[in-house]
Design a protein around this ligand. Sequence first.
Ligand SMILES: Cc1cc2nc3c(=O)[nH]c(=O)nc-3n(C[C@H](O)[C@H](O)[C@H](O)COP(=O)(O)OP(=O)(O)OC[C@H]3O[C@@H](n4cnc5c(N)ncnc54)[C@H](O)[C@@H]3O)c2cc1C
Length: 384
Amino acid sequence: MTLHPMVLTPEHLEFRDQTRRFARAELMDGYLARAHTDDFPLAQVRRMGEVGLLNLLVPEELGGQGADLLTYGLVAEEISYADPNCAFVILNANLVANLLSRHESPALQDWGRRIGTGETLSCLGLTEPSGGSDAKALKTRAECVDGGWVLSGEKTSISMATAAEVGLVVAQAGEAGSSRSIGAFLVPLDGDTVARQRFRDLGTRPLGRGSLMFDRTFVPDELVVAPPGEGLSFVLGEFDLTRTVIALMATGPATRALEAASAYAREREAFGKPIAANQGVSFVIAEHSTYVEAVRALALQTLGRRQAGQPHTKEAAMLKWWAPQVAFNAIQASIVLHGHVAWSDELPLQSLLRDVSGYQIGDGTPQIQKLVIARHLVGSEVSR
Ligand SMILES: Cc1cc2nc3c(=O)[nH]c(=O)nc-3n(C[C@H](O)[C@H](O)[C@H](O)COP(=O)(O)OP(=O)(O)OC[C@H]3O[C@@H](n4cnc5c(N)ncnc54)[C@H](O)[C@@H]3O)c2cc1C
């Protein structure tokens, strides 16, 4: 087994604590009220941009923070503890800003800069109405025309579809079903050839998940992010990172829920003593905290492996199926320990539960992750 570097330095911990202070002061109190609305948290995102949380991975010479992956993971966990929806924006903006800022096209670099400061909102359009797991089977067409490309088709289940000003969209430029002709395009979403539809979700409502419909939408050559043949691997190449960071976006809310359960168990009395005095209560907190700590350790280790250029696809897939489930179970356990008071919208626990449950599906379902792991462990005999 390869050894993995995962060393949290005093600088990492200082940045984490600084982010924690910011998140708890500026995001946490308003989370519950925002979670019940369809309003995108624009003011909060702009503040995250101001304090440099949306371009963490962009090199300093390109206007970013030049942070490493461990810092990014710690930030995602802290922001998600306070507001999982704001954490999703951290995930999306850092992904897109980093990819575009490093691109050779000055036009794409400029979009990257704006996304990284929070001035512009982006989304990622991969999934289609006919399916998301089989990414290469996409039907959105990219047709080559004078000076650029014309996109036609529908992307669905897109987080921030209703708020985003620009989308990183993958489309098929050649034979259907072939990954060899899929390209990636940066599509401004303000024109009248783009229509949007909002879904009526029960979790992550402020993010405005929905569909984007392209009706011969023109994309100039300067906004081609990856040419046909390179688009799918360009986007999927980032999935090992996003899947790992999602694990830390899951441990944040789970930790918050377990801390709330501990505090409540010390204070709430039944049968003349604090309910925490019962091992049937305290052991629940102990067990779920163990799982959460194990997820956190694997996630930081996986970020360390990626940082060091070591293989980590299997670990990222392990985290992606396991972490959201661990978090969901921990939050649900906390709800039960709170008794009837958590069965309402007065505490944030139900909102945290619904927000975290979406992590099980977005970026790839548990089944798809287990296929990835099984192929690493068992071999290519594992079918798709
Ligand atoms: C909250 C949320 C946010 C999202 N945000 C985005 C976004 O921003 N951008 C974006 O592009 N997409 C986004 N998605 C879509 C997400 O990536 C897809 O839903 C996901 O990849 C699965 O695709 P599908 O829903 O079409 O399911 P399908 O591919 O139709 O699969 C349906 C079921 O069959 C199972 N299955 C499929 N094939 C196999 C197999 N070979 N073996 C075993 N089981 C199999 C799947 O695991 C799943 O349980 C989001 C989804 C959610 C819920």
